[in-house]
Design a protein around this ligand. Sequence first.
Ligand code: PHE
Ligand code: ZN
Length: 849
Amino acid sequence: MSEPQTIHLADYRPFPFTLGEVQLTFRLAPAATRVLSRFTLAPKGGREDLVLFGAHLRLIRAAVNGAEIRAEPKDGQIRIAAADLPEGPFTWEAEVEIDPAGNTALEGLYMSNGMYCTQCEAEGFRRITFYPDRPDVMTTFRVRIESDLPVLLSNGNPVAEGPGFAEWHDPWPKPSYLFALVAGDLRAHPGQFTTRSGREVALNIWVRPGDEDRCDWALTSLKASMRWDEEVYGREYDLDIFNIVAVDDFNMGAMENKGLNIFNSRAVLARADTATDADFMRIEAIIAHEYFHNWTGNRITCRDWFQLCLKEGLTVFRDQQFTGDLRGAAVKRIEDALTLRDRQFREDTGPLAHPVRPSSFVEINNFYTATVYEKGAELIGMLKRLVGDAGYKAALDLYFTRHDGQACTLEDWLKVFEEATGRDLTQFARWYSQAGTPRLEVSEAWDEAGVFTLTLRQSQPETPDGVEKLPLHIPVVTGLLNPNGDELAPSVTLELTETEQSFRFEGLSTRPIASVLRDFSAPVILSHRQSDATRAFLLAHDSDPFNRWEAGRTLSREVLARLISEGTPPSADWLAAMAALLRDESLEPAFRALCLRLPGEDDMAATLAGSGLVPDPHHIHRARRSLQTTLARHLAPQLPGLIRAMTPQGPYSPDPTSTGQRSLKNMALALQTRLDGGAAAQSAWQAADNMTDQMAALACLIEAGCAGTALRAFEARYGGDRLVMDKWFMTQVLCAPPETAADVAEALTAHPKFDLKNPNRFRAVFGALSANHAGFHRADGTGYRLLADWLLRLDALNPQTAARMSTAFETLPRYDADRQAMMREELQRLKAAPRLSRDLGEMVSRMLG
Ligand code: PHE
Ligand code: ZN
């Protein structure tokens, strides 16, 4: 094997041929599937070599214009010199053999629990046959599947079927990454949708026998998504059938293949007694996300993988809007900001920082990141803020009409905004190429003549790519409050375009209180020095729910930071503010629960590191626990009543109101557990009639150190259920005390149900280990060593998931010299391993810097 190559955006060249319809025939057999392919290629002009990608394929036969040729696959491709090709259009045919049963990478065609399925994004189609496997090559597909299995599916519409075969035709031109095939003994949970122009669409959720009663929620969510996209974006579905398949072994959440979405079963299957509120909400959001891709991704796709955020950032933004519309925009915005900070800011401040549009990569699978997805979505939100709702709508309409059927770039995207709104987005475009989280410093001045001045200053951190940073165009939504709590005027969007700019507010009679970066209007780190009293005031009065929550969050973070670094106990003001919040019945329960949640340990480590300190994970853990206990003592009189009042009556329902109530109830239960050693959790465990309450009680029991019986009962009841058992594995590691988390994880790897080949199970154990901050960073390095050992084992089977899980080490630069040295040692050990994958190899090299 030659050295892995770096691919550069600047090297993009169009594919020099036009493809006719692709014909594929699959003769399915577990270890030896034959794939026959046939398509025409017409030179676009000029004479160029033909390059077809192929990986892990056994070439049986290749022919040009019907005449067999000797093709030599080399370094993952077949190259046929221009001189050896006919001058005009010609037909390419190939027959290859592949081994789905031996495919543990879960890319291309593989087997999961006796069924065949495919995953082709980003470059999995080349594991199926030789092909110009790049997103800018779009054509229609005709597919014949030969197999005795009862259900045979592919993209588009069914056109023929008989004993042992089925044929499908997809009339919409698509790139190969959207190809899909499924074959197995599956059951349909059927549904039906009429589009607003009257098209009758047959819907099916396909699952393994036994899972039929876990499909309702996915179907409900799908219909809601289809309706929403018509109403809000004017986008209709465009085929007569829409299939979703649940697969147990899957590297990611789900995949938007045209007309045949394939889902990780955990992102689709749900029933009250097997899935939590969080699962229900995740399913709703992912179903929407994949459905929305039909327009933003499929009808309009990406020219090359550097443009990934063109489809992902936009589609995440759309699914966030959808959830906000269904479940309440304020709580959704807070949750999205929390995720962004947890995952994207973390990535952006470490060695893996990269721009929303990277300029080079070794393995594209390593760039399905929080930066491309979540920061990509934030950029759309800022654009919408800058051009206004009407401008956004005009730009999107233009995008859909102008680019339908095309493979586009971010330049195309920005241009529709410029043309539809007349705004110059040259400076805004820097957001796509500059990595790192900008800092925004705010200072205030007040003069007695009634002028209040806000000075905004931006700075950009250095990032590993060494790119020179220029000022960004940052929308800063700002409001001013009177000391009595009234708004002085509607919020304004201050547009910061220079490094530093001042904004004057005149004609005021008293000094106002400023509420800056409302609705989290830009993905930046805000530093705005305000007194505890001012923050408490905003927590009580801000009309912007995000900033209301944010004021409380900042207070809590400061309280916790002072406890960690100076041992200062929390102020009475903070405790009083929390108690007032909890009692305020005008506030949604979900919002109150969010306000009560203390910043996490990882968040605190980032905060301390951000202010030049070296975080000590154990110290942070102890301090946070003790703050929780103090808070619990202070709120003690309210907790039992709250637990009772926030228990929804009647059968379980994942609606927003009940979900919010349960989140507040279970937050109160966690606090109560700090006081009673698990007594309330024991009764909650007994009383639980849904998975949300069961998991909440179980977590409390583990933290209280008295979960033995409950864990055994849980295993006895759900041992045969893969998805529920993932929770059992996960929660034991996540809630374990830091001293034992790594040992618990290690012991679980010896459990008969631990399965290295199932990404969900691997993530349950090792995702939980890296999320147990103090447990993973145990001072003796056990956590690091254990993870590295298992990453190596996983890498031999599934490089993509191994690479993704290796990001546990991305925060390395934050910690003390000893921990850094131990983390580096593990990364070095990985790097030196024989046969390390390109995926994990790239990640490790970047983290070692
Ligand atoms: N395109 C998928 C999504 O975001 C994610 C994905 C990428 C799935 C690569 C599998 C492999 O919806
Ligand atoms: Zn997506």
